[in-house]
Each structure stands twice: as structure tokens, then as C-alpha cells.
Design a protein around this ligand. Structure first.
Ligand SMILES: C[S@@+](CC[C@H](N)C(=O)[O-])C[C@H]1O[C@@H](n2cnc3c(N)ncnc32)[C@H](O)[C@@H]1O
Length: 285
């Protein structure tokens, strides 16, 4: 099932049953003045930490005891976010995703990573070690081995950010007839897909309270997870709806084909029937 809500994350989260969600991936606005939905006032609030505390608490209410909360933020906020998460769950990791910031300052070092804070609802959180293998391409331990081995590190430098421009990232959704991204902060599918693979099983439900262009939804479709997305801006809800419909109708590399030459689109079509959009007033922060 895929459900996209057009509304305010807190209002919609209040309507969801406790302990019904397996994983949350939250990529909230960072209060740095981004223009979401073309509105300059949308990412600039005085009560930012108070507001984050409210949806973090609500997120933990929704998680099952085996559930995991991933919160992507920026270095400036990571300590406060960690403290809020600590009130409700158990620490798992602070991932650093290599994503060199566009804005740098002459009075500080240039930020090169984005933190993702990871907490389980309880010690019973899921973590799939089968996904642990990473490629080791240089001799390690004094040339001891060059075999693929080892735990995946908490430093993820292998997933490029979604860039626009004349040679855009293949996932970038562009404004018509331009080289500009249609959503200012579209993230790569593989970033959230990796989190989903480690922390959920097929059929589990993933919630993204700030679903934007629908990246988490795309990862869920590709990995056979159910998805609930919430987005305040109508234009992004529409963008995500079109994107998820495209993904649902496209043949999947991983969907088994039948003897008459592959029926992936038909299989996906049946899933599409479970795709609903809940219209709303757009809510307010
Ligand atoms: C950082 S972006 C998320 C981008 C998303 N991860 C993607 O790949 O497209 C944050 C999103 O949260 C939305 N947003 C801001 N405040 C919201 C609220 N109170 N409720 C729901 N969505 C909100 C913004 O419109 C924006 O699309």
C-alpha cells in the first residue's frame, strides 16, 4: 500500500495508530531559509527546536518496538536532534553522508557531510547484517586481504547527491525546459534504500513525514515495502504522485517475469490500485 497525504506532518501523524510503523525516514526542513513551494517564509521558524521535538515524539509513538527512526539533519542541529531522540529511543548510529554543502564560509571549515541520526524505539530494533558486506578495494592490515569483507562504515561516501545542471544526476526531476531541480532538496534513492534494507523486512511500513518529491516512496516500491508519505506543499504532492505512478508502472529488474516474456508492468499495475492520495489544505507549520 502506498499513501500520500497532503497536509501538515503533525496533524497527519496524530491520526495514525500507535505502534503501526516499522521505520521512519525524516528529512525535515533545516530552518535555513529554503524556498519550499516557492515561498520564502516556509523554512524560517523561531520555534524550530520545539517543533522538531513535537514530531520526533509523535514519530516514536507511531513506531513498533522493533522500529527504527532515521533523522537526516545538518551539523548545526545534530546535537539538539540527538538529545530529543535520546528521550524516546536507543542510540544506534550517527551516519555521515558525504554531501559537500553548496554554501561555505570564510569563518569556518566547509561542511562536507550531512549527519543522519539513527535510533531504535527499543533494544528490539531490527538490523539486517546480511546487508553488511562492503567492497574493500585496497589491501588492508598490511596487505593481508583484498577480498570484499567487513561491516559497512557509518561514513557513506558512495552515494552522490542529486545534482541538476546541464549534465544532471539521472534521478533529478527538473522543472520543464530548465536545468533546475523541481524540488530544491531531492535526495538520492539509494540513501534511503540502504536504510530501509538494513532496518525493515519486505512488507513493512515506512513513514516519511516530509516526503517532498517522493524519494522514500520510490525506494519502498523498489524494495516491496509499504509507504506513507506526508507533504505540506501541493506541488510536491503532485510531483511525488506522478513519480510514484511512473515507478509503479515501470518494469522492475527484481520482479520475477513469467513464461510469456515478463509481466512486470501488469504486476505493478495491481499494486497501483493500493495507491491513494489524501487531499488536504496543505496545513501550516
Ligand atoms: C528537505 S525536504 C524533503 C525532501 C525529500 N527527502 C526528497 O527527496 O524530495 C523537506 C520537505 O518537507 C516539507 N514540509 C515542510 N514543513 C512541513 C510540514 N509541517 N508538514 C509536512 N511537510 C512539510 C517541505 O515542503 C519539503 O518538501
Amino acid at each position: 500500500m502506498f499513501t500520500l497525504y497532503h497536509g501538515d506532518c503533525l496533524e497527519v501523524m496524530h491520526s495514525i495508530a500507535s505502534e503501526s510503523i516499522d521505520m521512519i525516514f525524516a528529512d525535515p526542513p533545516f530552518n535555513v531559509g529554503k524556498k519550499y513551494g516557492g515561498k520564502a517564509s516556509n523554512d524560517n521558524r523561531l520555534d524550530y527546536y520545539h517543533w522538531c521535538a513535537a514530531w520526533i515524539a509523535e514519530g516514536f509513538r507511531l513506531l513498533k518496538p522493533t522500529g527504527t527512526f532515521y533523522l537526516m539533519t545538518i551539523a548545526r542541529h545534530v546535537f539538539r536532534m540527538g538529545c530529543e531522540m535520546e528521550k524516546h529511543g536507543v542510540f544506534i548510529n550517527k551516519i555521515e553522508w558525504r554531501n559537500v554543502s553548496a554554501s561555505h564560509s570564510k569563518r569556518g571549515f566547509w561542511p562536507s557531510t550531512q549527519p543522519i541520526v539513527v535510533f531504535g524505539k527499543s533494544e528490539k530494533y531490527k538490523f539486517h547484517t546480511y546487508a553488511q558486506r562492503r567492497k574493500v578495494d585496497k589491501p588492508r592490515w598490511g596487505g593481508y586481504t583484498t577480498q570484499a569483507q567487513g561491516q559497512l562504515l557509518d561514513y557513506w561516501d558512495d552515494i552522490p547527491f542529486v545534482y541538476a545542471g546541464s549534465i544532471a544526476h539521472p534521478e533529478a526531476i527538473l522543472k520543464p525546459n530548465t536545468n533546475q531541480k523541481a524540488h530544491p532538496t531531492q535526495m538520492p534513492v539509494n540513501l534511503v534504500a540502504r536504510c530501509i534494507m538494513f532496518s525493515t523486512d519486505e512488507g513493512d511500513t515506512v513513514l516519511d513525514p516530509f516526503s517532498g518529491s517522493g524519494t522514500t516512496g520510490e525506494a519502498c516500491i523498489k524494495l516491496n515495502r509499504s509507504f506513507i508519505g506526508i507533504e505540506r506543499e501541493a506541488e510536491y504532492v503532485q510531483m511525488a504522485r506522478e513519480r510514484l505512478t511512473r515507478v509503479l508502472l515501470s518494469p522492475s529488474l527484481f520482479t520475477p517475469s513469467n513464461s510469456n516474456g515478463g509481466d512486470a508492468p501488469a504486476l505493478r499495475q495491481s499494486t497501483l490500485e493500493g495507491f491513494t492520495t489524501h487531499p488536504g489544505e496543505g496545513g501550516s507549520e
